[in-house]
Design a protein. Structure first.
Length: 223
């Protein structure tokens, strides 16, 4: 009985780490894969909004992303002017990006450790209805994200504002004035919408892979 309880507890804990790994990996895609932004500069007509060249826009974007993703990097908005209030918001963003990376690393380390211990038969995991842990995680993630994607597709601007109110409680410095923080002109709402689509697509595809693997693995074990 005690071994079953331990197995269930370990399965639940590892499931949380798997879900966190999928989410943080997907969130990191538009952050660390910078060509995702470069490819949209023309389609979003960013040069027309800013009156700056594509090279200057890429330079400014890289300066901002360097600050957001690299330690001990001074804030810079490239060729654009910025205000202390705008800088404060990006400081908050930097903290969130660092948190996302930290959770990703911890989750990856926990899953790797659990996998090694499982292979050495040091620990065991539950198989609800005969399915492995990845199948359960895939079903859970897809269910939650279909709901979230549905809400975002109804009114993305509302979802965008709600996101900021949740993750930046008590602050309204995410409302940028382009006259004092010109960097916002190269980050239109459509870009963030595309980031959300990329993140959601990644999560769903990984979850579907988990589900397919879980079904295939169960069929093999039941033969």
């Amino acid at each position: 009985m005690e071994s079953k309880k331990l197995s269930r507890a370990l399965t639940a804990i590892l499931s949380i780490f798997v879900v966190l790994l999928v989410i943080t990996f997907s969130v990191g895609l538009p952050i660390y894969f910078r060509p995702f932004y470069y490819m949209q500069i023309d389609s979003l007509e960013v040069t027309e909004y800013t009156w700056h060249s594509k090279e200057e826009i890429i330079y400014s974007y890289n300066q901002l992303l360097d600050y957001l993703t690299l330690p001990n990097k001074e804030f810079s908005a490239g060729v654009f002017q910025w205000s202390e209030e705008g800088k404060s918001h990006f400081e908050d963003c930097k903290n969130l990006f660092s948190l996302n990376l930290t959770v990703f690393i911890i989750s990856l380390a926990a899953i790797t450790t659990a996998y090694i211990l499982h292979k050495k038969q040091k620990i065991k995991f539950c198989r609800p209805c005969g399915y492995n842990l990845l199948f359960i995680c895939g079903i859970t993630i897809i269910g939650v994200f279909i709901l979230l994607v549905g809400l975002c597709s109804i009114d993305f601007e509302f979802a965008f504002t709600l996101f900021h109110k949740i993750f930046f409680p008590g602050k309204d410095n995410f409302y940028f004035d382009p006259y004092t923080d010109g960097i916002i002109l190269i980050l239109p709402l459509e870009f963030f919408r595309n980031c959300a689509i990329l993140i959601a697509s990644s999560i769903i595809l990984i979850s579907l892979a988990f589900i397919i693997y879980g079904i295939t693995e169960k069929r093999k074990t039941t033969k």
